[in-house]
Write a protein of this length. Structure first.
Length: 350
């Protein structure tokens, strides 16, 4: 992920309240919305004062329990829902001030969307389903089919391009949905629980595929899920929501080790730290004069994958970057602290 001066997505004090007189009630509250008082007025809070930024190439995973507001937030940012108050900017442009024509243009050329429901057209083949949004944009049938075939290869469905949706497994259908959303070459990718309807094994395979695609394409992604395991596997940062409020937004490691609220602490209590932390997160400073082990580990390696090897070494293990340069050191004591120590006392490299 690269951080640019201008965020791709910027939300400032975004509210979404469902019910009559929502804007009036929000104005009277001075922005301090209480769920109980809203319910008494016959309103329901969807998003409560959300402010954050997403930069180019970043994957922000929004998560929470059912009814927390995560899908509502995504729909506000894509303007599938109108906000009650607040500002949303896409590449510096005011999304809420756009005309219908401007909004359609942004959706067609900048946004790709994938939802839990595959929503494939049953009478069209894989290739035709993927080509469909391109043809809606005005691309010729011949050119759209060439582009669609490129997407078929990208999501590894070669040989099934002439199948109909009913002839595909759930995972294959989801790949078609992903390919269709990517065909228009969006800058921003919205995914709302895209894998939640899949069996666990297929879900894991789709996560692998998704990570492969992101490594290749470097999209700016807003990914909604209720599965914390999925979130920590995919996210650059995680936003945890409760009752429409973003309780904390941070890296997976910092959320696990430094929960901002009691709710976040309870939400993450059972997550094994070794599955979240990387070597870079907990490594010590490298001492060039130290007698080091011949073993080395990548700074991006998850602790779970290297713990056994490091624990068998009596000397400190070098932590290296992508070019093989030593950037830190790991030792048995640090690994043991990760596995069995108190998270609140653990130093973390941010």
């Amino acid at each position: 992920m690269s951080t640019s001066a201008q965020p791709v997505i910027k939300c400032e004090s975004v509210y979404k309240i469902f019910g009559d007189n929502a804007a009036k009630i929000l104005h009277q509250s001075g922005g301090k919305v209480e769920t109980a008082s809203l319910l008494e007025a016959g309103c329901v809070i969807g998003v409560n004062n959300a402010s954050f930024e997403v930069h180019k190439g970043e994957m922000l995973v929004v998560m929470g329990l059912s009814g927390s507001g995560k899908s509502t937030l995504l729909r506000c940012i894509s303007r599938l829902l109108d906000t009650t108050a607040g500002d949303i900017f896409i590449d510096g442009e005011d999304l809420l001030a756009m005309s219908d024509k401007e909004l359609i243009n942004v959706r067609r050329n900048k946004m790709g969307m994938v939802f839990q429901s595959f929503a494939l057209l049953p009478h069209k083949t894989v290739l035709e389903n993927i080509a469909f949004p391109l043809q809606v944009k005005g691309m010729s049938t011949a050119d759209s089919m060439v582009r669609a075939m490129d997407m078929v290869r990208l999501v590894d469905l070669t040989g099934r391009e002439n199948y109909f949706p009913r002839q595909l497994s759930g995972g294959q259908q989801q790949r078609v949905g992903i390919a269709r959303s990517l065909a228009v070459e969006p800058d921003i990718w919205f995914l709302d629980e895209p894998f939640s309807a899949l069996d666990p094994l297929i879900r894991k395979e789709m996560q692998d595929e998704f990570l492969r695609l992101q490594n290749a394409l470097n999209k700016t992604i807003l990914f909604v899920t209720h599965d914390f395991d999925e979130a920590i596997r995919l996210a650059d940062r995680i936003a945890i929501m409760k009752d429409g409020v973003i309780e904390q937004i941070d890296t997976p490691a910092n959320i696990i080790l430094n929960p901002a609220t009691e709710y976040v602490a309870k939400f993450t209590h059972e997550v094994p730290r070794e599955r979240v932390l990387t070597c870079e997160t907990i490594m010590d400073e490298y001492d060039p004069s130290a007698d080091m082990s011949q073993l080395s580990v990548s700074k991006d390696a998850i602790i779970q994958t290297v713990a056994e090897a490091v624990l068998t070494e009596q000397k400190s293990v070098a932590v290296t970057d992508a070019d093989g340069n030593i950037v830190g050191a790991l030792n048995c004591a640090t690994i043991i602290h990760v596995l069995f120590g108190d998270a609140s006392t653990m130093p973390v490299n941010k």
